[in-house]
Design a protein around this ligand. Structure first.
Ligand SMILES: Cc1cc2nc3c(=O)[nH]c(=O)nc-3n(C[C@H](O)[C@H](O)[C@H](O)COP(=O)(O)O)c2cc1C
Length: 397
């Protein structure tokens, strides 16, 4: 992934020198943030930096803060997954992961949030916030959150550590070592990175008891094939499967079959490509192929030492909750990576309301579950996934 240089961008009112410095800071923070995980590696985020008088005035009004710099997080509607209603949650959570890492990277360099305004859409700011930000704001971007930033003391976190962890973190879909994870380590992962001041807490639970893990694996075996048999959902998923690493690199998104199923021989890869094509999947689904795939997934789940679940306190979730959920997930995944642990989300079990309700009941999970993942020590390193260029995700407005 190349990092776009934004040096030399002119700020308003002769602030060119300051703008240039902040542009470098932003570039450095955007590096690790861009490596954030997202559903199907769709990277639905966009980032606007307000430099024009109009955009800065709008951002100042929205945050109520007269600050040196303003950034706006967006959901890029041109990139969001839409086949399932639950994807709306995953999209904002994915944006929240990116945003949290960006803000951590900025704080590490001494740029702290003086004020943050989440644009809920129904609070009078949402729908017209885009037009207030000016003509440079991309038409397909929904503004989610504005931050007013001020220079101050650095947070104490090293940007290099954030970056190294971002490079080491990967979704590992293969088997994990079956030995139990140390209880102290799990307790540490359960601690929130920052006090959860606003809104309800995020409920985080580790399933480690053999009985719970068996229940979860059986649930995956029973229901894990739902998306393979769901035409629209599978067509959308399949549109992110790249032919090979070269195509994934060129497009900067999605995943390869080797990332999904481990290293494959050439004939096996060709057979899988054929089997997973939506038309074939539709036919094979009639003879229960999706149940075979679910059984394979359940088998891997059964041999996993821990599963993490995260849930919102209440059933009704606004953007602020979703972004907080993403922030918590970012902190969790980064900390787990530093402990040498890997994650493999199993979102199928919460992507349909009836399944999510049943899972919450069967495992007595509190609140509204928004993330479920295997956690453990993975085998050989998984191939890294690709990212879009910053030029496609950043605008100066
Ligand atoms: C909210 C969320 C849900 C995800 N759900 C799944 C999932 O159900 N199955 C899966 O294999 N990966 C899932 N992933 C992982 C993404 O596919 C992965 O982050 C993306 O392909 C980029 O790869 P990387 O994590 O290795 O960088 C999920 C990621 C996020 C953020």
């Amino acid at each position: 992934m190349t990092v776009r240089r934004t040096d030399g961008i002119r700020g308003t009112d002769g602030t060119a020198a300051q703008a240039s410095t902040f542009a470098q800071v932003l570039d450095a923070a955007a590096g690790p943030a861009a490596l954030s995980p997202s559903s199907h590696n769709c990277q639905p985020w966009g980032l606007g930096r307000a430099t024009s008088a109009r955009a800065r005035r709008a951002a100042a009004d929205l945050t109520g803060e007269d600050a040196e710099e303003y950034l706006v997080l967006a959901l890029d509607r041109g990139r969001e997954l839409t086949a399932l209603a639950a994807h709306a949650v995953e999209m904002v959570v994915s944006c929240g992961i990116y945003w949290r890492l960006l803000l951590r990277g900025l704080a590490a360099q001494g740029w702290t949030a003086a004020a943050v305004r989440v644009l809920e859409g129904d609070d009078g700011a949402g729908p017209d916030a885009a037009s207030r930000l000016g003509a440079g704001w991309p038409a397909a971007w929904t503004p989610l959150c504005v931050v007013a930033l001020r220079p101050g003391p650095p947070s104490g976190e090293h940007l290099g550590d954030l970056h190294d962890t971002a490079l080491a973190r990967r979704t590992h879909r293969g088997p994990y070592r079956p030995e139990p994870l140390a209880p102290g380590l799990l307790r540490d992962l359960e601690e929130p990175g920052t006090p959860e001041a606003d809104g309800g807490p995020i409920h985080l639970r580790h399933l480690t008891e053999p009985r719970e893990l068996r229940t979860f694996a059986a649930f995956v075996a029973r229901h894990g094939g739902r998306d393979f048999g769901h035409r629209a959902a599978w067509r959308e998923t399949h549109s992110f499967v790249r032919r090979d690493a070269a195509e994934a690199a060129a497009r900067g998104d999605g995943f390869t079959l080797d990332q999904l199923f481990g290293r494959l021989s050439r004939p096996r890869r060709a057979a899988m490509r054929c089997a997973l094509a939506p038309a074939t999947m539709n036919l094979l689904g009639r003879v229960g192929y999706h149940r075979v795939l679910a059984a394979g997934l359940a088998d891997i789940v059964r041999r996993t030492p821990a599963v993490v679940t995260m849930g919102f306190a209440g059933q009704a979730t606004g953007r602020a909750d979703l972004l907080r959920g993403g922030a918590r997930l970012a902190d969790y995944w980064w900390r787990a990576t530093r402990y040498g642990l890997s994650l493999h989300p199993i979102s199928i079990v919460i992507q349909h309301d009836d399944l999510r309700d049943r899972l919450e009941r069967e495992l007595s999970l509190s609140g509204r579950t928004f993330f479920v993942s295997r956690v453990g020590v993975a085998g050989p390193s998984a191939p890294h996934s690709h990212r879009r260029d910053d030029a496609a995700t950043h605008v100066v407005i």
